[in-house]
Design a protein around this ligand. Structure first.
Ligand code: A1D88
Length: 260
């Protein structure tokens, strides 16, 4: 277990658990947390064994957003740096080659929702309070929220949240596609772990390439996305894991993937 000032990182074989741990401020994200997130990613990138990362928040919030107390006195130039550092960190999380699951507990507001949006999968709870309250503070989502949310749930639902500051519950977030699954609060980590294990048992290169293909496609034309997908599938036919997966099916046994 690695314990940093604002979070802990626990690596258990092929799974990793990152718990935001600035409980007193409801895990509000500030420069110290951005530093810690980058240090955690350094550790994750150095461990090729880890296949899936689960991010959650200790206490009653996944994250209550950007640290208003740090932001309130920033000059526009300092704010530019804070936003750029945050964006660089969020992009780094989104582009991690391992699979990321946001286990969204309680509040996920502003930067908290933006962090969840960088993850590949969002599992929430019936007790969630989710939204973009930034307009009530005189700003807008600045860690990619207006862009990533509209790609996930569409322009209309994103405007609904980002223009009004409306806070929605888990059931509504699930209904509009902001959460892929919801469970009761006491089931959250169990469900996220179960789903992480389900992902981790699949062919490692295939998992990474599926993520890459989907992420690339969400930012490109259909034509270019299909081209990349085709190249990836062709490449996967050269892997040992493809032979193992298909042979195991025909031989009616469990595949033993090597990530080769
Ligand atoms: C680039 C990114 C930009 C952004 O994300 S802008 C920020 C967007 N987020 C928000 O506007 C949400 C702000 N927080 C709240 O509205 C409330 O909190 C909640 C509704 C989430 C929870 O309310 P309750 O249960 O009454 O708790 P509490 O007493 O307000 O919070 C406990 C402590 O946490 C601090 N805190 C909460 N959110 C933030 C934050 N975003 N930045 C800095 N501190 C925060 C509070 O001040 C307080 O601290 P103390 O006990 O010292 O009074």
């Amino acid at each position: 277990m690695k314990e940093l000032a604002t979070l802990t990182l626990n690596i258990e074989d092929t799974l990793a658990f990152l718990n935001l741990n600035a409980v007193k401020s409801l895990n509000a994200i500030n420069s110290a947390m951005l530093d810690d997130l980058n240090e955690a990613m350094d550790l994750l990138e150095a461990d090729p064994n880890v296949k899936v990362l689960v991010i959650t928040g200790n206490g009653k919030a996944f994250m209550a957003g950007g640290d208003i107390k740090e932001m309130m006195d920033l000059s526009p130039e300092e704010a530019d740096h804070f936003i750029a550092y945050g964006n660089q960190t969020m992009n780094r999380i989104m582009n991690l080659s391992l699979v990321t699951i946001a286990a969204v507990n309680g509040f996920a507001l502003g930067g908290g929702l933006e962090l969840a949006l960088t993850c590949d999968i969002r599992i929430g709870t019936t007790a969630n309070k989710i939204g973009f309250p930034e307009v009530g503070l005189g700003i807008i989502p600045g860690y990619g929220g207006t862009q990533r949310a509209s790609r996930l749930i569409g322009i209309g639902q994103t405007k609904r949240l980002a223009l009004s500051g409306e806070i929605i519950d888990g059931a509504e977030a699930h209904r509009i596609g902001l959460l892929e699954k919801i469970v009761e609060p006491d089931q959250l980590i169990e469900e996220a772990t179960k789903f992480a294990k389900q992902i981790a048992k699949n062919a490692p290169i295939a998992i990474k390439q599926a993520k890459l293909s989907i992420n690339f496609g969400s930012q490109s034309t259909l034509e270019n996305g299909l081209k990349l997908e085709g190249e990836i599938v062709k490449g996967l036919f050269r892997t040992e894991d493809k032979y193992e997966g298909m042979n195991a099916f025909v031989e009616k046994r469990k595949a033993e993937f090597k990530g080769k």
